[in-house]
Design a protein around this ligand. Structure first.
Ligand SMILES: [Zn+2]
Length: 316
């Protein structure tokens, strides 16, 4: 798909969203169909009929045979949430359909919850995005570069006062035609041989092809892949641009997206989730509708994360 087709695709419009998910009942019905696609099914005894009654704002589904009570969102991302489902749906819509990252402050205004709640909802949604892409291993031809988040986001080049900056590895899988297929943005502690080796073992398919510049730690890529080094100090400008075309494009996207949306991020602590949000949206940019519905399905299959976990940092 060409760039224009990505930019001008219809997506899942706000009007359509209101038609589908404007009321709490519509969201509940949609999640009921996801949980029980063939109608209610008791997880205890497989009985197919239930009584329904309200407990506060939530519906309880009580099995007519064994009397076990079921809650629609138990064990999901929405577990025990006090926030209306339509607000969760709208948050997922905002995050998945916007071109740039949506900040917790914007979310707080758009969905009418307090800032702390918006921040937590966003962290949970980003954590889900992180987990989804974390499983993927890059293959084909992979462009790799080192970059930094934070500080002044000076295009992420090393050796220019990296204090207050959080390093990450940017990698783009391309196919034989050198079209970009999948992106990984992974925070790391540093770019030493051992760190890069661990990253490669976790994120690359064995025997794929990797291309990087001559940064010493990148020589660890040969442990897993067929590694080609382009020594940028000796190569022509055009050759550098062609070789690292996609990874440079992505890094420029990261810069625009994050610097335009966030002003004071604790990158070292939460950076991995903001990168995961960007990476997730870039990886699914061809189909915005699918991204929204995929996230709702994933949310129903996701375990609720304790707050302490959401406050923890993660790298590697
Ligand atoms: Zn039952």
């Amino acid at each position: 798909m060409s760039k224009n087709k990505v930019q001008f695709q219809v997506g899942f419009s706000a009007l359509e969203f209101i038609d589908y998910f404007g009321s709490e009942e519509q969201c509940v019905k949609y999640l009921e169909n996801l949980k029980w696609p063939n109608g209610f099914n008791c997880e205890e005894c497989s009985h197919k009929e239930c009584y329904q009654y309200k407990s506060g704002s939530r519906t309880i589904y009580e099995c007519k045979s064994c009397r076990k009570s079921h809650r629609l969102t138990a064990g999901t991302l929405f577990h025990r949430t006090k926030i209306e489902l339509r607000k969760w749906f709208l948050a997922i819509h905002q995050i998945s359909q916007s071109k740039n990252s949506v900040s917790a402050l914007e979310l707080h205004r758009h969905i009418d919850v307090n800032y702390k709640t918006a921040w937590l909802m966003k962290q949970k949604i980003m954590q889900m995005m992180y987990e989804e892409d974390n499983k993927y291993r890059l293959k084909g031809i992979v462009e790799i570069d080192d970059a930094y988040l934070g500080g002044k986001l000076e295009g992420g080049k090393r050796g220019r006062g990296s204090e207050n900056k959080s390093p990450f590895i940017a990698a783009v899988e391309t196919n034989e035609k050198r079209n970009p297929i999948f992106i990984k943005l992974t925070p790391v502690h540093d770019f030493t041989y051992e760190t890069v080796k661990q990253w490669a073992q976790k994120n690359l398919k064995r025997n794929c092809c990797t291309i990087s510049d001559g940064l010493r730690g990148f020589s660890a890529l040969k442990e897993v892949s067929n590694h080609t080094v382009l020594v940028t100090s000796k190569a022509k400008k055009e050759e550098i641009e062609n070789t690292f075309k996609w990874v440079n494009t992505i890094l420029s996207n990261v810069k625009t997206s994050i610097s335009g949306t966030f002003h004071s991020l604790k990158f070292d602590k939460y950076g991995f989730r903001y990168l995961a949000d960007l990476q997730f949206r870039l990886n699914r940019r061809f189909d915005l509708r699918k991204m929204f519905f995929g996230l709702i399905s994933k949310a129903m299959a996701s375990e609720q994360k304790p707050i302490q976990y959401l406050n923890s940092s993660l790298t590697g």
